[in-house]
Design a protein around this ligand. Structure first.
Ligand code: TXA
Ligand code: MG
Length: 357
């Protein structure tokens, strides 16, 4: 991939250049430990507007502001409740890391960043290149995942140039993302409610509860209906906005144990196993496995890259094993299992027939 002119090796010089580009209001691809971000300065409406335009992202979906350390969050948020203050102090011990906090926003935060809401999402990412850049520019940097809206999130620099080369100045090459799934989004905006996971990620509720010293609500533990990211098409087509992270090739989830050959043998069908060997199966053009040993961290790490490779045009249909939470309890972190399961459902584009394409 090194040959793409817009992929810059991360050096002190290229990080300085990227910082200047951000100050000048331009977009860059930013490596983080979760996924690559499409970064712009978050304190200027024009720069923020470029993000929404590049991603074709609905203006109703708010952005995360990234900063170089927890103290840089203070001007962006309101911590006037003692409970929220205590929770913020506790949660920021997990920074730098794959955790995004939702807090009441200060006057300093632009409405276009929060989609008009009165809360703001903030994060200190754990990637040396991102940290160096954020500390150098010392501005809040808005960065959604660097994919065109509703496509698969990027975990390598070439994923960024694949979809957004025309929109960015460069992408800093930070290698393959360590985590490979977006950060856990946790709301501590309401002092009268428990800390609440809005988007599952690699962090476990157990870990969060030990940090807070109090229960944490999550969709997977409480079955609450998660406030899905505000939709591009609100009432008209409910369900459509569930379709995030989705390849273009038809993709459906099948039971892990379902080995029946696909009905239509003219189709080139790829089967992606979550775990175990990638033994060939009758009727499938190919079989891939995300983790021979069935390690959820490895599955998370390889998922998006694998979806992108599967979507290269070689296959007519993709079938991936479902991740039934009950079958994975022994593997530990229930929140990570829920996160993977959530992303698999969002990637599938054939489960609701009325919308089928
Ligand atoms: O790992 C990540 O979080 C990556 C890297 C680049 O940091 N970023 C990322 O951004 O995934 P994005 O924009 O693709 O996802 C941000 C999520 C969206 O679901 C958005 O709706 C939610 O965070 N969000 C942003 N601001 C919010 C707010 N004020 N309240 C609730 N949810 C918010
Ligand atoms: Mg995203």
């Amino acid at each position: 991939h090194a040959s793409h002119p817009k992929i810059l090796p991360a050096t002190p010089e290229s990080i300085r250049l990227a910082g200047q580009a951000l100050r000048d209001g331009r977009l860059i691809g930013l490596p983080t430990e979760t996924v690559y971000g499409l970064a712009a300065r978050g304190d200027q409406p024009d720069s923020v507007a470029k993000i929404f335009a590049a991603k074709q992202r609905p203006s109703t979906n708010p952005l995360i502001l990234h900063v170089g350390d927890a103290s840089a969050v203070h001007p962006l948020v309101v911590l006037d409740s003692a409970i929220t203050r205590r929770r913020f102090e506790a949660a920021s011990s997990l920074w730098p890391g794959p955790l995004t906090l939702v807090l009441p926003k200060s006057e300093a935060v632009l409405d276009c960043v929060t989609a008009g809401g009165n809360t703001v999402a903030v994060r200190v990412p754990a990637h040396p290149v991102a940290l160096q850049l954020l500390r150098e520019v010392s501005l809040p940097i808005a960065a959604p995942s660097a994919n065109v809206s509703n496509y698969v999130s990027p975990t390598r620099p070439e994923h960024v140039t694949d979809g957004l080369a025309e929109c960015i100045e460069w992408v800093l090459d930070g290698g393959v993302c360590d985590v490979g799934l977006e950060s856990t989004v946790l709301s501590i905006a309401d002092p009268n409610a428990p800390p609440t996971i809005l988007r599952e990620g690699v962090l476990s509720a157990t870990k969060l509860e030990s940090v807070f010293g109090e229960p944490v609500l999550s969709g997977s533990s409480s079955n609450i209906e998660l406030p899905h990211p505000p939709s591009d098409a609100p009432a008209a087509s409910p369900g459509l906005h569930r379709r995030h992270y989705s390849p273009r090739t038809p993709l459906r989830l099948v039971r892990e144990t379902e080995h029946a050959s696909p009905a239509n043998n003219d189709l080139r069908v790829l089967r992606i196993r979550l775990r175990g060997p990638a033994n060939s199966l009758p009727g499938y053009a190919d079989v891939w496995s995300l983790s021979a040993v069935g390690d959820p961290l490895e599955i998370a790490n390889r998922l998006y890259e694998t979806l992108r490779r599967a979507d290269s045009g070689e296959f007519d249909q993709i079938e991936i094993d479902q991740m039934n939470v009950e079958d994975w309890i022994e593997s530990g972190n229930a929140n990570l299992i829920a996160a993977i399961s959530d992303r698999l459902h969002r990637a599938s584009n054939q489960d609701d027939a009325p919308l089928g394409r």
